[in-house]
Design a binder for this molecule. Structure first.
Ligand code: ATP
Ligand code: MG
Length: 586
């Protein structure tokens, strides 16, 4: 194919769009790949659509290679199946809801577990039919609270979602590993730098789940790694190791807790400096990690009422909003405001302690570090009063454990092998052993070998196909523009005519024909614009190989530039030129 730039539906922009925060967003708009329609909604122009299709094809090939079969559901769906799994409610404001002309509730699908489970139930009835993996490449809708960074987080986006159905846990494990391998192959082929991190969240139970995170400074996900052991996890999934607890006898031997006057110590910093001035630990220096901070939230389960929740954690740590969100999901939460404090006078701001929480039946969850036998400096529930030496398991207990404190670089690795380092990433894929959550709801059984019904077990696996366009752009660009890897580039070669001479122009057109005849997809810049404009556009568009027919033509040479590596070389004009270029392109 030859695409003439004089006819291509493309306008590049000289300036960055005003509201674009991240490089991929700026460049994809400036280079004319996508255009904004409304927050989180983008149109795909010719170049963007070509990249998107190439990514889709790589994804499809790797799915087909593990025996997955492609199907396609509507995006517009009835409420009923989502009502049965309670996701109509649990999805909350993220779900696009609408009604048809008869008043039936409908939704735009955010993900399709319900439909796949129902479809397998409808079609299959015998163990002999299993296992099966089905997938689709389809438009998803989520009314994201913060659509961001262009197509990185849209409200309409394209996902590859697949679902495995197996008779038993061993089968599910095989399907899961097949997906894991397919994802590695597709992301390797796309030239991505990524890590596979554990996404198993404590609150969700033990089922295996991993995320594929593309390494990127602009990523919304933070992950940690232990370089000694290879442990890697999304911070949302890090399980803080608990220190050893003391036995009852040892606890009984600890000094009594003592309440002190601690005027003007509302913050951890002022409390620590009071404690050191007072010498409460004798010679030992008191640090923020010796204090117990009680953070107050209000929490609302889907369809429920707001309730108070207190979280006790070491004073040197903040609550991590994303870990909190993951732990409380699907409930929503908010920090307490002045009005809430006014409503509950027992909450003395800056001096909240476990006693008032217990006396007033506030649900109180503790950081895993607060085990029986640990002693703390904490609020005594009166203005200007703190208690020193309050012992967990003796003087106070929580209603459970919540692991939502920030994870920091240098923290011990949960596997005990060393310390953690942290980095940021963008989620490109997620694989998840769902188990029987959906097959239980819909009663997805087949007749087993022994004539008894077998409940199927399910896996669910997603790839952010449209997001990948932006992720690759994020990892592959420089200050001049995009730099696509060949596999996803909208064209194989970008042939720039930078010479007004009729002979050079005719030679360039003939070269384009020859490259086309060799099966290459050529973008031919045949416009009348100046060479400077054309070079700038070539750099911005990011096709990995640029052929320049310029001043050297008269001396029998043209230039081949690699946008990816920056290398350039001269090619002799003549019969061998197309072959030499094609060979360089691989
Ligand atoms: P995130 O934490 O980024 O919101 P998620 O956990 O909601 O992702 P899944 O439901 O597992 O994502 O969806 C599968 C894949 O779809 C994700 O790995 C991601 O690549 C992609 N994806 C999810 N939400 C969006 C979005 N709003 N825009 C573009 N791609 C998305
Ligand atoms: Mg999401």
């Amino acid at each position: 194919m030859i695409t003439r730039m004089s006819e291509l539906f493309l306008r590049t922009l000289r300036d960055d769009p005003a509201d674009a925060e991240v490089p991929s967003h700026k460049l994809l708009i400036r280079a004319g790949y996508v255009r904004p329609i409304a927050p989180g909604l983008y149109s795909w122009l010719p170049l963007g659509l070509k990249v998107l299709r190439k990514i889709e094809n790589v994804v499809r090939e790797e799915m087909d290679a593990i025996g997955a079969q492609e199907i396609l559901f509507p995006a517009l769906l009835p409420r009923e199946p989502y009502e049965q799994t309670n996701r109509w409610t649990e999805y909350g404001d993220n779900l696009f809801r609408l009604a048809d002309r008869r008043g039936n509730d409908m939704l735009l699908g955010p993900t399709h577990e319900e439909l796949f489970a129902l479809t397998v139930k409808g079609e299959y009835s015998s163990y002999k039919d299993l296992p099966v993996i089905l997938y689709q490449v389809q438009t998803k809708y989520r009314d994201e609270a913060r659509p961001r960074a262009g197509i990185l987080r849209g409200r309409e986006f394209i996902m590859k979602d697949s679902y495995s159905f197996d008779l038993d846990d061993a089968g599910l494990e095989r399907s899961y590993l097949a997906h894991r391998g397919a994802y590695q192959k597709m992301f390797d082929r796309l030239g991505l730098r990524y890590v596979i991190v554990s996404a198993t969240s404590g609150a969700m139970g033990g089922s295996a789940s991993e995320e594929f995170l593309a390494e990127s400074e602009v990523g919304e996900d933070t992950f940690v790694r232990c370089l000694e052991s290879g442990y890697a996890a999304n911070v949302e999934a890090v399980q803080t190791p608990a220190p050893p607890a003391l036995g009852d006898e040892e606890i009984a031997g600890l000094p009594e807790a003592v309440v002190h006057d601690t005027p003007a110590t509302e913050t951890i910093a002022t409390l620590v400096s009071w404690a050191n001035d007072a010498g409460v630990f004798g010679d030992r220096q008191v640090t923020a990690a010796d204090t117990l901070k009680n953070v107050l939230l209000k929490v609302r389960a889907p369809g429920g009422d707001w309730e108070l929740l207190a979280i006790g954690l070491p004073g040197d740590r903040e609550v991590d909003a994303k870990r909190l969100e993951a732990a409380l999901e699907p409930a929503e939460f908010a920090m307490l405001e002045a009005a809430d404090f006014a409503k509950h006078p027992f909450l003395v701001k800056g001096y909240i302690g476990p006693k008032a929480l217990r006396d007033n039946e506030v649900r109180y969850l503790l950081d895993p570090r607060i085990v029986a036998g640990t002693a703390w400096i904490t609020g005594a529930d009166a203005p200007g009063r703190h208690v020193v030496g309050l012992v967990a398991g003796r003087d106070f207990v929580g209603d459970g454990v919540i692991d939502v404190a920030e994870v920091r670089e240098g923290d011990p690795s949960p596997d005990g092998a060393g310390t953690l380092v942290s980095a940021r990433g963008i989620e490109i894929g997620h694989i998840f052993q769902l188990g029987r959550k959906y097959t239980d709801t819909f009663g997805v059984d087949v007749l087993g070998e022994n004539g008894k019904p077998v409940r199927l077990t399910m896996g669910s696996y997603g790839v952010g196909v449209s997001r990948l366009v932006a992720v690759i752009a994020e990892q592959c660009h420089d200050e001049l523009g995009l730099r696509w890897p060949s596999v996803v580039s909208p064209f194989d070669a970008h042939l720039v005519i930078a010479n007004k001479d009729a002979d050079a122009r005719a030679g360039a057109l003939a070269l384009a024909d020859e490259l086309d005849a060799r099966g290459l997809d050529v973008l031919l810049d045949d416009r009348t614009s100046s060479p400077g404009v054309k070079f700038k556009d070539a750099e911005l568009l990011g096709v990995p190989w640029i052929v320049v027919v310029g001043r050297g033509w008269a001396d029998g040479t043209m230039e081949l530039r690699n946008r990816f590596t920056g290398e350039t070389r001269q090619i002799a004009v003549g019969a061998g030129a197309a072959g030499e270029i094609a060979a360089a392109l691989g």
